[in-house]
Design a protein around this ligand. Structure first.
Ligand code: HEC
Ligand code: HEC
Length: 378
């Protein structure tokens, strides 16, 4: 706890300076032993750690030693062999991409490792002859032949969730419910969501360790989480996170969705969880692909996949929507499962309201999260 408090003081001063101008906090500002992953924000640095973990099928402690489970400062320890090997691998991958692919990021850790610490060397007959599973394509490079136009799929969706006239009548929404982490079968934390059609939105999860929130005020934003979960508790959003927050703003209000993304294209029909779906891809204002899966029968949005850039490649986030219910004539998903490289959470909403008054303070910079007091012993 003492070490964590000292760390917090050190990083709070950095993050504090950054707040007014929304200057992103850089990895070198916060971390002690950065040698190869330089010139990137703290958020991108942590996403890069997620990229390593997912590509090699490892936990943080596999490269950082057992102490790193509880103490952020110990991540700077350079003794673990795997950490050193990883630095070499980053340089090797950069050299490969430079020498053979004009610097395009086409070879990544995942190209060889495929979720394993030791890359397979011999082609697998099991894989070759197995029933093919659905593997998310990296990116749709073109409209699939004979696929319907994106407009047609999006129109069916807008119709399915209530139709444009009704959707256009909604200017704000609030919701409460609970969120449960995948690796935690017991705790369900209260969650609150607020959104305005003018672009602002805020989501807060009241966890025992302190609030986790994502807040976007229409121009700037913040991501906050307890120090027990992230190295810096309140960070201004990076340019990329702001870009994603703008897309989220449109997802709260589907009537605005068609204009939120550009270069729409549709992929081959496919099946996910025994439902026929169509993949529709668009690009965010900053040019990041966003994929939307629509149920072919109901027309509803069932999945979203988006990416965050890291210095070694992109990491995906997947959001599955379900349990659509009627609220004032529009259909809203009450169950949302979010999956990313570092975890998975299930959000179940219970109370959703539309056209409510929301205090503007909801969209301000969140406070540094503090743990809830321990329940009094009896
Ligand atoms: C495959 C190995 C690997 C995995 C897995 C990994 N890391 Fe790292 N981590 C590294 C390397 C290498 C560095 C040093 C990067 C550099 O020198 O630029 C690093 C640096 C860090 C630092 C900066 C420490 C400092 O103060 O200098 C933090 C914090 C960190 N990692 C957190 C994590 C977390 C959290 C996870 C799990 C989500 C994780 N890492 C998973 C290899 C790994
Ligand atoms: C071109 C293929 C290739 C790429 C790309 C690649 N690796 Fe590797 N990596 C290997 C091979 C092969 C080994 C095993 C080497 C051996 O057996 O001596 C290995 C071993 C490792 C190890 C040591 C594993 C152990 O046994 O402890 C780590 C850690 C690692 N790689 C991390 C990474 C990271 C992180 C990236 C991305 C920055 C990456 N690798 C990209 C081929 C690759």
């Amino acid at each position: 706890m003492g070490a964590a408090a000292a760390w917090l003081l050190a990083v709070a001063s950095v993050a504090g300076q950054a707040a007014p101008a929304q200057r992103p906090v850089m990895a070198e500002d916060v971390f002690k032993s950065v040698q190869v992953l330089k010139g990137i924000t703290v958020n991108e640095f942590m996403q890069t750690m997620g990229f390593f973990s997912a590509s090699l099928g490892l936990n943080c402690t596999s490269c950082h030693g057992e102490d790193s489970g509880s103490d952020w400062a110990s991540y700077a320890d350079d003794k673990p062999l795997r950490k050193q090997t990883t630095r070499r691998m980053v340089l090797m991958v950069n050299a490969l991409n430079r020498a053979s692919f004009q610097g395009r990021q086409v070879v990544t850790c995942y190209s060889c490792h495929r979720g394993d610490i030791r890359p397979q060397i011999i082609p697998s007959l099991e894989v070759q002859y197995a029933e093919p599973a659905y593997i998310e394509p990296d990116e749709l490079s073109e409209q699939a032949p004979r696929a319907p136009a994106a407009d047609q799929v999006l129109d069916k969706y807008l119709q399915a969730v209530g139709g444009v006239p009704r959707l256009a009548g909604i200017s704000s929404m609030s919701a409460t419910g609970v969120r449960q982490d995948y690796d935690d079968l017991i705790e369900k934390y209260p969650v609150e969501v607020f959104a305005r059609v003018t672009g602002q939105h805020a989501t807060t999860v009241r966890s025992r360790n302190g609030d986790r929130s994502t807040v976007f005020d229409g121009t700037g934003g913040w991501i906050a989480a307890p120090l027990s979960e992230v190295p810096v508790p309140v960070l201004p959003m990076t340019a990329e996170e702001l870009d994603a927050a703008k897309v989220d703003a449109a997802l709260f209000f589907p009537a605005t969705l068609k204009l939120a993304l550009t270069q729409w294209r549709v992929g081959f029909p496919t099946t996910i969880d025994n439902r026929d779906v169509l993949l529709v891809q668009g690009f965010s204002p900053a040019g990041s692909p966003v994929k939307l899966y629509f149920d072919r029968e109901s027309g509803l949005l069932t999945r979203l996949v988006r990416y965050s850039k890291t210095i070694v490649g992109r990491v995906p986030t997947k959001v599955d929507y379900g349990d659509y219910r009627d609220v004032s004539g529009v259909k809203i998903p009450f169950r949302v499962v979010t999956t990313w490289t570092d975890g998975r959470s299930v959000t179940e909403l219970s109370d959703v309201r539309v056209n409510v008054a929301i205090d503007t303070s909801r969209f301000g910079r969140p406070a540094v999260p503090v743990p809830l007091p321990e329940p009094a012993a009896r």
